[in-house]
Design a protein around this ligand. Structure first.
Ligand code: MN
Length: 153
């Protein structure tokens, strides 16, 4: 299995020789531990539910116009309640009268590397079928975030 070093640990790791120092080399996540999904949800209004596997749940945002594909584009992403990990594969019909009634289909899925995490900013690289490259989520107030396709370094 190819191990991917998180970008946020690169500087830390480059400064140290862990064969000589007792310091921890840092946790390297293996493939599959950080998954994401985008579910196209045709509810009363169409939106795309963008979910990142973090801390044992799916942190979730509703993106009315869908995730940006081109660098420099930003889209409103409204944070919604964390969803259970099992929701990552969900597709189907939510019956009329139930919360979120309508159809859910998986629009994209894959894995991501979390590169930066603060209370109001997440930076990550997605490896999906449609979405690939560097993204950021930036908290702008209340439940509102911006989902941004970053230019590659
Ligand atoms: Mn939804």
């Amino acid at each position: 299995m190819i191990q991917k070093v998180q970008v946020s640990l690169r500087e830390y790791q480059e400064k140290r020789d862990f064969s000589k120092s007792p310091e921890p080399p840092g946790k390297i996540k293996s493939e599959g531990q950080h998954r994401f999904v985008v579910q196209r949800h045709q509810a009363r209004s169409l939106h795309y539910d963008f979910r990142l596997e973090m801390g044992g749940v799916l942190r979730s945002w509703a993106v009315p116009k869908g995730p940006p594909l081109e660098p420099g584009i930003r889209r409103l992403a409204v944070q919604v309640e964390d969803h259970p990990l099992g929701y990552i594969g969900f597709a189907g019909e939510i019956p009329q009268g139930e919360y979120g009634a309508g159809s859910v289909e998986i629009w994209d899925e894959g894995e991501f590397d979390l590169e930066k995490e603060t209370a109001d900013r997440l930076e990550f690289s997605l490896r999906g079928k449609k979405l690939s490259g560097s993204y950021a989520l930036i908290h702008t107030g209340d439940k509102n975030w911006l989902l941004i396709r970053r230019k590659e370094a």
